[in-house]
Structure formats: C-alpha cells, structure tokens
Design a protein around this ligand. Sequence first.
Ligand SMILES: [Zn+2]
Length: 144
Amino acid sequence: MIRIHRESIPPPVLAEQSIAATQKLCEQYDAGKRTFNFDAKIYAAPQVKAVLKLAQHLKCCFCERTVGEDGHIEHFRPKGAVRQDLESPRSESGYYWLAYEWANLLLSCADCNVRHKANLFPLASPNRAVSHHESVETEMPLFH
Ligand SMILES: [Zn+2]
C-alpha cells in the first residue's frame, strides 16, 4: 500500500451523515441483524472521492495505477464481511461500524478492490473486533 497523507477532518458529507448512519447500523446489530445495507451515497459521495483522489495523487492505494472516475471507495477494514485469508470462511458480518468512518476509507482501482482485496483483512493475531462493542485498537493488521 502507498503512504497517504490526508486531512484528519472528514469531508462534510461524512461529518454530517456518518454518525446517524453508523448509529442505525449499531442498533440493527444489537437487535440481532448481521447483514447490513450500506449507503454508498454517503461513503462514496463525489466529495469523498474528490478528497481521496487529491490525497492519493490520483493513484490506487494498493497498486498505484491511475484512478479517475472509475475509482472505487475501498474500506480498509471491510464493511460487509471479513476473511483472514482466501482459505478462511467469511465472517458473519464485517466492520459495519466503520463503513462511514473517514479513516477507514481509501480510493482504489476496481481490480484491486473487487478482485484482490475484496473482504480480506488479515491480522497478525487472532483478536479481531467483531462488533462495535469491541475495539480495533489492539488488532495487528498485516496491511498498513
Ligand atoms: Zn489497484
């Protein structure tokens, strides 16, 4: 992955809508739901893409291929389901509570997002946070 320097302040669309949208997902989880619908109009808003394009110098965060309008918003910690490696089963749910989290969003090319990264998020130790009640702070991702 490339090193990315960006503003710590999220684009307005995230600042305005991410808290309520995340709250809704957390309430659904607490009510027993394990698969979620995510609103791409929030996390993949043109404003979000524009800020990431600038921060990433129009490059895919993984392979550095030039990305334009075809760029995908990539969730560093996968939002829908997660796998340790290609042999591991998919988890019941992913890092749904980070779906709209600015620090979790990157810009990638379609190939890297869909074909390669997908829902992989390998950790060096087996202490994965499985809900918003747990912290990702102690996770040791193999991606940096
Ligand atoms: Zn790529």
